[in-house]
Design a protein around this ligand. Structure first.
Ligand SMILES: [Zn+2]
Length: 47
């Protein structure tokens, strides 16, 4: 991993971090309930 090349993409990652995405099905249809984020498409609970 080249850290120097990561600096620029870090800003992109930061803003995208607000948009949660299911690691299982890739859906961005994420719901927050019971202090947990879960995918509305497949039901996977995100960390
Ligand atoms: Zn999912």
């Amino acid at each position: 991993m080249a850290y120097s090349g990561n600096v620029r993409s870090l800003e992109t990652v930061k803003s995208e971090d607000l948009i949660r995405q299911c690691s299982d099905c890739g859906s961005k249809n994420i719901e927050y309930a019971n202090e947990e984020f879960y995918c509305r498409k497949c039901g996977l609970v995100l960390d």
